[in-house]
Ligand binder design. Structure first.
Ligand SMILES: Nc1ncnc2c1ncn2[C@@H]1O[C@H](COP(=O)(O)OP(=O)(O)OP(=O)(O)O)[C@@H](O)[C@H]1O
Length: 234
C-alpha cells in the first residue's frame, strides 16, 4: 500500500483580537494510499482545521505535512494552488454548487483546470446521475446535489478526497447511498479518502478511525473489518 500522507508535529493557533485559541496540538499521523479514514470528534475538536491544513486551504503554525514526498507546509501560495489542483478534491456538507450552471457545467468548471480530466459524461453516469446533465442544482434533491459535488471533486483524479461532513444535511438512507458512492470511488480509482464526521456510526466503513479531542489525537485505530455503508446502523 505505502504511505501517502505523513503529518508530524503540527500545531495551529487561531488569533482573534487579544485572545488566541489552540485548535491543533502536536498532531502526528500517517495515512496509507488507498485508505478510507474517518476523523471523528465533537464540534470544535479541530476536525475542519486538520482537513483544511491537509488540503492546503489553510496554513499551520509549525510541523510538516508530507503528501507523497512533498512537504506542503513549505510551499508558497502559488505552489499550494498547484498542489490543490493536482492532488486534492473537496466535498462539503452544503454541496456548494454554482446555481446558474447545469450539472455538466458545474463539473466541467473543475475539469477545465486539469490536463487530463475524466470524461464528464462517463462520470455523470458513474455517480448515478444519468440523464441529469442539463439540470440545474435547484432541480435536484440534496443527495443528487451531493453526487454532483462528488463528481466535481474527482474529475481531476485527485489522490486525496477530503470530505467535511458529506452527509451532514442528508437523511440516513441517502447518507448511506452517498457513502456507498464514496466507497466505490475509493475502490475504482484507489483514491485515499478522509471523511470528517461527528457521527460515530460512519466509522464502521473506515479502514482507519482517528478520534480528535480538544485539538489532539485521542486514538488512531485500524478497522480490520470495514463494512459496506448499507450495513451501517445509523
Ligand atoms: N478562523 C478562526 N478563528 C478563530 N477560531 C477559529 C477559527 N476557525 C476555527 N476556530 C476555532 O477552532 C476550534 C476548532 O475548529 P474546527 O472548525 O476545526 O472544529 P471542528 O471539529 O471541525 O468543529 P465542527 O464539527 O463544529 O465543524 C473551534 O473552537 C473554533 O471555534
Amino acid at each position: 500500500m505505502g504511505k501517502l500522507l505523513g503529518i508530524e508535529g503540527v500545531n495551529k493557533t487561531y488569533q482573534s483580537g487579544l485572545s488566541s485559541f489552540q485548535a491543533l496540538t502536536d498532531i502526528k499521523l500517517d495515512i496509507n494510499r488507498g485508505e478510507i479514514v474517518v476523523i471523528l470528534g465533537p464540534s470544535g475538536s479541530g476536525k475542519s482545521t486538520l482537513i483544511n491544513a491537509i488540503g492546503g486551504i489553510d496554513r499551520v503554525d509549525s510541523g510538516t505535512i508530507h503528501v507523497d514526498s512533498e512537504d506542503i507546509v513549505s510551499l508558497n501560495d502559488n505552489q499550494l494552488v498547484h498542489y490543490r489542483r493536482e492532488k486534492v478534491g473537496f466535498v462539503f456538507q452544503m454541496y456548494n454548487l454554482i446555481p446558474n450552471l447545469t450539472v455538466y457545467e458545474n463539473i466541467e468548471l473543475a475539469a477545465n483546470i486539469s490536463k487530463s480530466p475524466l470524461t464528464i459524461d462517463e462520470l455523470i453516469d458513474a455517480v448515478g446521475l444519468t440523464g441529469m446533465a442539463n439540470r440545474f442544482p435547484r432541480e435536484l434533491s440534496g443527495g443528487q446535489q451531493q453526487r454532483v459535488s462528488i463528481a466535481r471533486a474527482i474529475v481531476r483524479k485527485p489522490e486525496l478526497l477530503l470530505c467535511d461532513e458529506p452527509t451532514g444535511a442528508l437523511d440516513s438512507k441517502i447518507s448511506k447511498e452517498i457513502l456507498k458512492l464514496i466507497q466505490q470511488i475509493n475502490d475504482k480509482y484507489n483514491t485515499t479518502v478522509l471523511i470528517i464526521t461527528h457521527n460515530e456510526a460512519i466509522s464502521a466503513m473506515a479502514d482507519r478511525v482517528i478520534a480528535l479531542k480538544d485539538g489532539k489525537i485521542e486514538s488512531n485505530t485500524i478497522n480490520k473489518q470495514p463494512i459496506e455503508p448499507e450495513g451501517i446502523e445509523w
